[in-house]
Design a protein around this ligand. Structure first.
Ligand code: SAM
Length: 278
């Protein structure tokens, strides 16, 4: 199982809760590299220790990644093998690592994925919603205004959407989602996946919002929200057309805004603007 190639950056997924989800390959790589680049060296040091492993740990997080990437690439070019992990799940998925991976690839350093747990994919795999095409939206903006704007932009999205959410924002986010997409939109909320209090709620945004409001326990832990896309093409085009019209009308004459919004969205111009003097 000794597959460590000198001068290689291994991007290693770690469990999102259940320790049994660390793959055999991840364990071998983490035990064999010269050092492990970790978002939080304590958290990842403890994870390694639980598997009887101990490697030098290097901190690579959102606040220092830009500064340390060049030094790490130099280590790789000098022949060291490094692993990159985040606190949980797959690095780079709403986690640090993008700048290091990019710098390594730009320098010709081999970058090898060691796949495993990812909360978004775990939730999608059990949501029972169309999964042939989906989009990952990560975290919604924390501020209410920006969040509502993002949701308005997604009102016409036809693909299944996957969102991450934290305990302190889940109620507000659900309220805004009900307003933006309607209470009847099909959805699944995955909470504490792979952990002791793992819960799946559904089948609609309205039902999930009610269940979360009614039980404080349902507001604890970590969440992934999987939401069915807007499959009514006409309604989706109209929603997108109205959103574009509202923005464009801030700068253009109403008739021009309607023409452009109709062209871009595919919605009928008349549905966006009913004529009259500009
Ligand atoms: N890189 C990670 C991955 O591959 O899933 C995600 C990191 S992101 C900083 C953390 C967010 O992922 C949490 O706020 C939550 O939305 C989601 N998450 C992580 N673990 C989870 C779990 N066990 N159950 C539900 N959601 C989880």
């Amino acid at each position: 199982m000794s597959e460590i190639v000198p001068g290689t950056l291994y991007v290693v997924a770690t469990p999102i809760g259940h320790l049994g989800d660390l793959t055999l390959r991840a364990k071998a790589v983490l035990g064999g590299v010269d050092a492990v680049c970790a978002e939080d060296t304590r958290t990842s040091g403890q994870l390694l220790a639980q598997f009887g492993l101990s490697r030098p740990m290097l901190a690579v997080h959102d606040h220092n990644e830009g500064d340390v990437a060049a030094g790490l690439v130099a280590r790789l070019q000098a022949g060291q093998a490094l692993a990159l992990v985040s606190d949980a799940g797959t690095p780079l998925v709403s986690d640090p690592g993008y700048r290091l991976v990019r710098a390594a690839r730009e320098s010709g350093v081999p970058v090898v994925p060691v796949p495993g747990a990812c909360a978004a994919i775990a939730a999608l795999s059990v949501a029972g919603l169309p999964s042939d095409r989906f989009c990952f939206e990560g975290f919604l903006p924390a501020k209410a205004g920006a969040r509502r704007e993002r949701l308005a932009a997604l009102s016409g999205e036809a693909r299944t959407m996957v969102f991450y959410e934290s305990a302190h924002r889940i109620e507000d986010a659900l309220a805004d989602l009900v307003t933006a997409f309607g209470a009847d939109r099909e959805a699944t909320l995955g909470r504490e996946l792979t952990k002791r209090f793992e819960t799946l709620l559904g089948p609609t945004l309205g039902a999930i919002a009610r269940a979360v409001a009614a039980d404080p326990n349902q507001r604890r832990g970590e969440f992934v929200l999987v939401i069915r896309g807007n499959e009514d093409r006409g309604a989706a085009q109209l929603a997108e057309g109205r959103r574009l019209y509202a923005k464009l009308a801030e700068h253009l004459k109403p008739s021009q805004a309607a023409k452009l919004a109709a062209e871009l969205s595919g919605a009928p111009r008349k549905a966006l603007y009913d004529g009259g003097a500009d």
